[in-house]
Write a protein that binds this ligand. Structure first.
Ligand code: NAI
Ligand code: MG
Length: 484
């Protein structure tokens, strides 16, 4: 393996071992507490995007398989789960959390292999947060009457959950843990490029002794997701993914009784005021857009810098960018791993081409990138017009669009001028400026002097085309309950 070179620095390779992980060559569907073959008889491949090597074959569920999973979930709901006491439900959820924790190293390595994200992130962010979501929701299971005092609450029934490829295990935890805590049963579909940690989670759920049918995991493509959405015996659809598919789902559930939460795309603004601590702000910008290769729905993909500190910020940003290591996701020194798929890399490169065609000024870091696998150098798009597609559209890659502003009113107007409204960041020394901006920015989450911080107790979700409903915290439980 080649050594990584950073201006004057040499790091020896420090790859995480893969010897302790246990992956099957082929995965079937996890329905009613058993591994069952797909009636389609079809399997698809999931690869490691860092080197394009095959990891496993995974079943492609069709409508019949989805129907089987929904029936199992309905039966488990009617006969077992809705009759299980809340404190018993909590015990199962705690057990799942502890089993995940025990196998956290295996989860982290498999997540990095399947998704291309760095081991540093999967080990330090994805897996611990996923465990914490189970712990947090387990704690609420027998206290729902205190969470929602003076309300008559009831579970919904069968929850259909469809998740994306950017945080595969974490999104499974966000969805499954509150559904179980509130007494629902689940049919979950992971994304086609990253099914492996959800299938590992199925193994753990099995080991926890959770009654058969309470959680079912079906793998497949968009057609499998659509079969869940359109199944008439599903009571709730929870979706995280693209705004395009979110709109299709919204149309499909219109006129039905299905409760829906959609967590969709974003084009979030990171705002640097002239009095901000600039070095910390630069770290925050880097974390905001380059974390997880920019595959973050709330990525700080637009940067607004107050004019008087613009030159300084850009100089510091370029300097810091050039020390970032892009490469093997399993290497503990790597800052930016692989783009999740060839399709996603093509989307990102398509936007870089649009930038070139529009004649905007771009800056890419000078680092080496591996010869095979899917990689993209971190990129700045400087002084770009509000009308540019690079400012308006979600790129979902390590590409940061930078604009300047003079006054607070101007930056509020510019930051809100987007169809999305998922998150924002404000960097300033002054508390009053923070409060002024947080109340006027139309975004579900606003971070002050930090970025991309998550906690199971804090609700997350969007405004406008970023979707509706909240996940996490008490609000997240509400999405799985009927309230009277
Ligand atoms: P996608 O929205 O197609 O995929 C998300 C999930 O939805 C996957 O499990 C997929 O199989 C499923 N799905 C696809 N079509 C469906 C349908 N008609 N009915 C039900 N489920 C369906 O996202 P994709 O194509 O992988 O990525 C394209 C773009 O979407 C990215 O470039 C990015 O901009 C955005 N995206 C946003 C995410 C977010 O967290 N907000 C996550 C993933 C992608
Ligand atoms: Mg994969």
């Amino acid at each position: 393996m080649a050594k990584k070179q950073i201006k004057g620095w040499d790091y020896s390779p420090a790859p995480e071992s893969t010897s302790h992980i246990d992956l099957k060559k082929r995965y079937d569907l996890y329905i009613n507490g058993e591994w069952v073959k797909p009636s389609s008889k079809k399997y698809f491949k999931t690869i490691n995007p860092a080197n394009e090597e095959l990891l496993a074959e995974v079943a492609h569920a069709n409508e019949k398989d989805v129907d089987k999973a929904v029936k199992a979930a309905r039966k488990a709901y009617n006969e077992v789960w809705s009759k299980t006491s809340p404190s018993e439900r909590a015990k199962y959820i705690f057990r799942i959390a502890r089993l995940m924790q025990e196998r956290s190293r295996e989860f982290a390595v498999i997540e990095s292999l399947d998704a291309g994200k760095t081991i540093r992130e999967s080990r330090d962010v994805d897996v611990p947060l996923a465990c914490n979501h189970f712990f947090y929701n387990a704690g609420w299971a027998d206290k729902l009457e205190f969470a929602f005092p003076n309300r008559k609450i009831e579970s919904l029934g069968v929850a259909g959950q469809i998740i994306p490829w950017n945080f595969p295990l974490l999104m499974a935890a966000w969805k499954i843990a509150p559904a179980l805590a509130t007494g629902n049963t689940v049919v979950l579909k992971p994304a086609e490029t990253t099914p492996l940690t959800a299938l590992k989670l199925a193994e753990i759920i099995h080991d926890s002794g959770l009654p058969p049918g309470v959680v079912n995991i079906v793998t497949g493509y968009g057609d499998t997701g659509a079969a869940i959405v359109n199944h008439e015996d599903v009571d709730k659809i929870a979706f995280t993914g693209s705004t395009g598919v979110g709109k299709i789902i919204q149309k499909a559930v219109a006129g039905t009784n299905k409760k829906t939460t959609l967590e969709l795309g974003g084009k979030s603004a990171n705002i640097i005021m002239d009095d901000a601590p600039l070095d910390q702000a630069v770290e925050g910008i880097i974390n905001g857009i380059f974390f997880n290769q920019g595959h973050v729905c709330c990525a700080g993909s637009r940067l607004f810098v107050q004019e008087s500190v613009y030159d300084k910020v850009i100089e510091k940003l370029k300097h810091r960018m050039n020390s970032l290591i892009v490469g093997d996701p399993l290497d503990k020194n790597t800052d930016i791993g692989a783009i999740n798929s060839k399709e996603q890399l093509d989307i990102i490169n398509g936007y870089l081409k649009i930038g070139k065609d529009e004649g905007v000024e771009m800056y890419q870091s000078t680092c080496d990138i591996p010869g095979n696998g899917f990689y993209c150098r971190p990129t700045l798009v400087l002084n770009v017009a509000q009308s540019s597609r690079l400012v308006q559209e979600e790129i979902f890659g390590p590409v940061l669009a930078i604009q300047t502003f003079r006054t607070v009113d101007e930056v509020i107007q510019k930051a809100n001028n987007t169809p999305f409204g998922l998150a924002a960041g404000v960097w300033t020394d002054k508390g009053s400026r923070i409060f002024n901006l947080t109340t006027k920015l139309r975004a579900g989450v606003v971070w002050a002097n930090t970025y991309n911080k998550f906690d199971p107790a804090s609700p997350f979700g969007g405004y406008k085309e970023s979707g509706f409903g909240r996940e996490g915290g008490l609000h997240g439980l509400e999405g799985y309950l009927k309230m009277n």
